[in-house]
Design a protein around this ligand. Structure first.
Ligand code: ADP
Length: 319
């Protein structure tokens, strides 16, 4: 390996910059040149490349977003698009590619791998829904953003004796709702992996109210239902006064937490190590605080699942 490429793709996540920095610095440490692909797979197809030096990644470890920009690119889902990408990589003598992104971006890396081009996937998404890793880059920062919001909402909820429904991100995975709900002391957590029961929610609300609870916080992942709809269902069937907060894109922003910066640094550097060893077609991750890597095709064949022990605990603690 003499020259590698790095790109960020799909939904951005805090810590992507720290990951790019780690890729660049680790590669230069090994005397490998690094080319940054600007704008994800769209930039790969159009050849929007720039050489990254040690200084190019200075002063970005603490910044949210991605300085290489991200994009969604339908063309890359086609064989022709992927071939164009590979041609650009070959034309610029790039021997391997690090893809930092979510599950969609991994599909792109998988497609390149299937066509014989060495890629390593680094899990960068706030959703924590990539198979082959316990944590993804950006998840911890998003959780901290959500609990900050929950703490603030809790203050106002107590003052007015209201039931607050807080809608968080997570179309298919309930990790943000579960972890932030547990950390924020929510009474009810609704995740897409579990079918929710309105009667059960109402019983909980009533029980809490009977023992003098001044407020109730329900955290709902967007993939379950809209917070507004859940609020409407509760108001139609009870006397509880509900308010809904949809946290939206603020969950994607902000300066990455220490945990995300460390994770991004470790995973980014590890991706380069694998390429240096001539190992392409891998997906890197963290398990029991150890770096791991899996065949990217095999990893994508698996399904991310929720931590059931944590879900059970959240129920036990919010009685
Ligand atoms: P994320 O990586 O955050 O999940 P997306 O699902 O939007 O975000 O995927 C990001 C990009 O990855 C897409 O715009 C597309 O360019 C590429 N991609 C997604 N799915 C595939 C696929 N099946 N084959 C090839 N490329 C894909």
């Amino acid at each position: 390996m003499k020259r590698i490429g790095v790109l960020t793709s799909g939904g951005d996540a805090p810590g992507m910059n720290a990951a790019i920095r780690a890729v660049v610095r680790k590669a230069i440490y090994h005397d490998i040149e690094v080319i940054g692909v600007v704008g994800g797979y769209a930039g790969l197809i159009s050849g929007n490349f720039k050489k990254l030096e040690v200084g190019s990644v200075g002063d970005i470890i603490h910044r949210g977003g991605t300085f290489l920009f991200s994009a969604r690119c339908e063309e890359f889902k086609t064989k022709e698009g992927q071939q164009k990408g590979i041609e650009q990589l070959k034309k610029h003598n790039i021997d391997g590619l690090v893809v930092i992104g979510g599950d969609g971006s991994y599909m792109g890396a998988k497609a390149l791998t299937e066509q014989g081009y060495p890629c390593v996937g680094v899990p960068g998404t706030i959703d924590n829904d990539i198979p082959g890793t316990e944590f993804t880059i950006g998840f911890d920062t998003a959780l901290n953003t959500v609990i900050d919001a929950i703490d603030k909402i809790r203050d106002t909820a107590t003052s007015h004796e209201r039931t607050f429904i807080i809608e968080v991100m997570g179309r298919n995975a309930g990790d943000i709702a579960l972890w932030a709900g547990l950390a924020g002391g929510a009474e009810t957590i609704l995740i897409p992996e579990e079918i929710y029961n309105l009667e059960e929610i109402i019983t909980r609300l009533k029980k809490g109210s009977e023992r003098g609870k001044k407020h109730s916080i329900i955290v709902v992942a967007e993939g379950v239902n809209s917070g507004v709809e859940i609020g409407r269902q509760i108001e139609e069937n009870t006397d509880f006064d509900t308010r809904v907060s949809v946290l939206g894109h603020m969950q994607r922003g902000g300066s990455p937490t220490a945990a995300d910066r460390v994770l991004a640094s470790r995973l980014g550097a590890y991706a380069v190590e694998l390429l240096v060893e001539g190992k392409g077609g891998r997906a890197v991750g963290i398990e029991k605080n150890n770096l791991v890597d899996y065949d990217i095709i095999e990893a994508l064949g698996r399904k991310h699942t929720i931590d059931n022990n944590l879900y059970q605990l959240s129920k036990e603690l919010s009685i």
